[in-house]
Design a protein around this ligand. Structure first.
Ligand code: UFG
Length: 328
């Protein structure tokens, strides 16, 4: 059974390809290499360079490779960029996803896994947020993803398609065996930025906002290790293949760390006291967001294996060193 992985040359998608292969599934990657890397996809997977919004292309791929499920990762993912370029986000994340879903319906692909985001909740400072919490995204990024959740629900009601929506919290770390990691150029995500500062890839880093209503004034996030997240997708696929109904799950550990705490962990793990500048808040950032993960554990039986911030940071450091050697 072949699975179409859009964005399979990217950070999370490449870990999904490894997880599928480890489980004996065939992966077919569709990626336009706008941020991903051809080298991130190993020889065991089929790679096609192209746009997931090209419905005719996707329909041809589905027919040619016997695709029975789609895992849709390809997206623009930077919250502040979405504030500056909302129409780019609505085109790429929303309008093109409509074409991908239409290709699934037209060809009879019945299983769809969608990479959604904790950004659909907006400010969730009241404690761990469950899937039924109010949806109030604070950025075009969050709204561009939420609209796809709605499209999937409406499509599943009208057609023979079932889906799992996975709402990712903050994804970090790398494949523990060192086969994949976050290679994105000009990365903006906290752990990647801090690790690059520790390894001298950048002169230092900034903390965006010290005046939030949180224990130390910096934003709280729930950091989930990328292979644990890939495992959640495998669990979702098994759930759909077993005939269960469409469902939505949070993917996080249920533990919040402040930006300052993360920076301290990176300094401790690397042994480098890199320069950190305090600057004003960044647009679109919710103060705190932590997952209630009881549903994914109960329904999918998801069992995370790498729930340890220090270990996650060490994986990110190891991967960054490896990249450093490849791209001096
Ligand atoms: N931050 C800094 N300095 C940096 C980078 C980030 O202080 O150089 C802060 C941000 O302001 C924020 C926190 O670190 O408070 C985390 O920021 P990231 O950019 O790493 O991640 P986001 O929380 O903005 O977004 C990520 C994903 C989204 C997901 C969201 C869920 O990109 O897809 O987590 O919380 F929806």
């Amino acid at each position: 059974m072949a699975v179409l992985v859009t964005g399979g040359a990217g950070y999370i998608g490449s870990h999904m390809v490894l997880a599928l292969q480890d489980a004996g599934d065939q992966a077919v990657v569709l990626d336009n290499l706008s941020t991903g890397f051809r080298s991130a996809v190993g020889a065991a997977a089929t790679f096609i360079e192209g746009d997931f919004g090209d419905q005719a292309l996707v329909e041809r791929i589905i027919a040619t490779h016997g695709i029975t499920a789609i895992a849709h990762f390809a997206a623009k993912i930077v919250v502040p960029e979405s504030v500056a370029d909302p129409l780019g986000y609505y085109l790429n994340n929303t309008a093109k996803a409509r074409n991908l879903i239409a290709a699934a319906v037209a060809t009879g692909v019945r299983h769809f896994i969608f990479s959604s985001t904790a950004a659909v909740y907006g400010d969730a400072s009241g404690g761990a947020v469950g899937e039924d919490a109010p949806l109030a995204p604070m950025s075009p990024y969050g709204r561009s993803k939420l609209m796809v959740e709605w499209m999937l629900a409406d499509t599943a009601a009208a057609h023979d398609l079932r889906y799992v929506v996975l709402r990712y919290f903050n994804v970090a770390g790398a494949d523990p065996a060192g086969r994949a990691g976050q290679s994105t150029r000009d990365a903006t995500h906290l752990i990647k930025v801090a690790v690059q500062a520790a390894l001298g890839r950048r002169p230092g880093m900034s903390i965006f906002g010290m005046d939030y209503d949180t224990p130390d004034g910096t934003c709280l996030r729930d950091y989930i290790q990328v292979s644990d997240l890939a495992q959640a997708h495998r669990d979702a696929l098994a759930y759909l293949r077993a005939g269960h109904d469409s469902h939505t799950f949070n993917c996080g550990y249920g533990q919040g760390y402040s930006v300052r705490q993360v920076v301290d962990v990176v300094k401790a793990a690397s042994g480098v006291d890199f320069p950190v500048t305090m600057v004003p808040r960044r647009a679109g950032d919710p103060p705190a967001i932590v997952a209630d993960n009881s549903r994914i554990k109960a329904v999918l039986g998801w069992r995370p294996r790498y729930d340890d911030l220090s270990a996650i940071v060490t994986q990110a450091l190891d991967w960054e060193r490896r990249l450093h050697n490849q791209r001096p």
